[in-house]
Design a binder for this molecule. Sequence first.
Ligand code: HEM
Ligand SMILES: CC(C)=CCC/C(C)=C/CC/C(C)=C/COP(=O)(O)OP(=O)(O)O
Length: 313
Amino acid sequence: MSSTIAPAATNVASDDSDLSEVRDWVALLKPRVLTLVVFTGLIGLLVAPGHIHPVLGLTAVLCITIGAGAAGALNMWYDRDIDALMRRTQRRPIPAGRIAPNGALGFGVVLAVASVAIMGLATNWVAAGWLAFSILFYVVVYTAWLKRRTSQNIVIGGAAGAFPPIIGWAAVTGDVTLVPWLMFTIVFAWTPPHFWALSLWAHGDYARAGVPMLPVVEGARETRKQILIYTVVLAIASLSPWFVGFAGPAYAAVAAALGGGFLYHAIRTWREAQDETGRSLVQDVAARRTFAFSLMYLFILFGALAIDRLVLG
Ligand code: HEM
Ligand SMILES: CC(C)=CCC/C(C)=C/CC/C(C)=C/COP(=O)(O)OP(=O)(O)O
């Protein structure tokens, strides 16, 4: 009896370990963050004037997914030393020892090159060029250069995450005009409040790893102020597709309501009960809500733009 059961049990065990190995390689792509990155790229593609064959459109979105994922893998390869020091990141596959650094490097390079090549062959080389630029920007400018050097790291480096709407648009039209740059500006202005809200409670991790994020260098009080300033810029930028006549009043109403909501959360974060250094006395409740709101905000705003153009427009 036992001899018939044993091989089956072994198979189950090896299936489980195969599955968890696949999970580790997928984790290198930062899949949760990718959802929103890819969504903004998809909206750029959908609202662009002109026509793209659905199969090619799908291929373009897949290339943005793989390219951005590859950038995430290369980021994890480069950051393996500091990831090992931070509670939030120390269980990642490289610091936890489940994937060798060279394996992650090879994986990232192969996926990056493949995503750019397929994008170029399937759509056009303008979209492929912007995809290549975004990957290099995230890996070289943000990760290798700015992240460990300046508290403005995510303002400048965060631009990488704002390129997907430009890439999606260019995949359809072959060029990059004013509107995709407005979409870029929205994600660009959104990134600092998105990240700094989180960094208000994750600053201990960054301090331990020696990463000069804004609350570590300038303090929590300054970070709260900067979140509010960028939220004002974001609320104005979000209306720009309407200002230039690309989107209609329905989009403007949604953008205004969302902007009001974000401002409400940013003001609550700014005024949250603090000690004399600006550290929260209430476990950063308002900051956590601002972070959660930021995710919903971008999803609904870009969704509204697509509905305005494709359904109402
Ligand atoms: C340099 C710029 C950015 C930094 C430093 C940053 C940082 C972070 C961090 C530390 C988290 C916490 C969760 C995790 O560890 O995965 C997070 C979550 C997230 N970020 Fe960002 N982010 C940036 C830009 C963006 C951009 C441009 C997007 C998409 C447009 C984005 C989308 C998301 C999403 C969807 C989550 C939630 C993931 C989850 O549910 O775990 N982020 N971000
Ligand atoms: C199209 C294209 C190439 C887009 C790539 C851009 C991209 C993946 C943007 C998301 C930005 C992001 C996850 C930052 C995390 O910062 P971090 O790396 O400092 O965070 P960590 O501490 O969690 O590693």
